[in-house]
Design a binder for this molecule. Sequence first.
Ligand code: CP
Length: 330
Amino acid sequence: MKNFISVNDVQNIDALVQKALAYKANPYKDKTLGLNKRIGCLYLNPSMRTRLSTQIAAQNLGMEAIVFNVGQEGWALEFEDGVIMNGHTVEHVKDAAPVLGKYFDVLGIRTFPSLKDRNDDYSELHLQQFIKYAGIPVISLESATLHPLQSLTDIITITEHLSLMELPATPETKMNNGRPKVVLTWAPHIKPLPQCVANSFAQWINAWGKADFVITNPEGYELDEQFTRGATITNKQDEALKNADFVYVKNWSSYKQYGNILNNDMSWMITKEKLKSSNNAKVMHCLPVRRNVEIDDDVLNGSTSIITEEASNRIWAAQAVLSEILNEMA
Ligand code: CP
């Protein structure tokens, strides 16, 4: 693995999941793999889970992790080519990234979309500029359109639960030939949020190919087809939730009317009542979650919520990816 930007950088998802689970069982088994190697983690936007789990993962492999909050502490970066830099940006990525390439062995970048210009955001300009100019492996810590470390974590978490669940593979059961029903549902939010977590989850679940995958959202919130192709898509949340084994809850702003909130229909919030038709579904969310807006307290406090476990798996996802990259460099 040279870079980790999307599922397309992964040869075998299940093998990577097993690698992550092996680190979960024995976090220090490769504690010298990254000795004398350094990862720079650049945050152009806030983070708690990604920041801390990636640092811990690097340390477990013997790497040094240095975090730089570019958005708050660094010079404002310019990403467009050929601009006259007489505005608020101070340094071009063409000049900054090669320096980072000399300081570090691996670079992690978190950027968010502007949610103003779809073409610009979906070209992943920021991430691509770092890849082009840093000259070292780049890991996405969430980009304008995708969040691959989160999605790998989500599949690790689903895989763990599948091994604990009894999944009789008969048509009479709620399971469809032993495949779990995984539902990604839009939920309300007070702010326009990126599509990246939802895009990425769809991309990974489709590539994984081991679930009956349904996406449900209000009309107008359809995601980019390049990520959702293969999933069943419906505007009927109640239908989607029937017999679901995993319900992944997330808000996103409109892709079609780019970056807009079209409606904030609170009837889409996930409640215990709604989940009654599910197969005692495990409830997932990448966090942070707006309680009683996206998911209600009853669900989040209840036994079917696996959000903490999911977030804790971020360490093993990051460790598996770093390990792949370090092995490639060796
Ligand atoms: N899920 C996630 O990426 O969390 P943070 O924004 O806290 O990193």
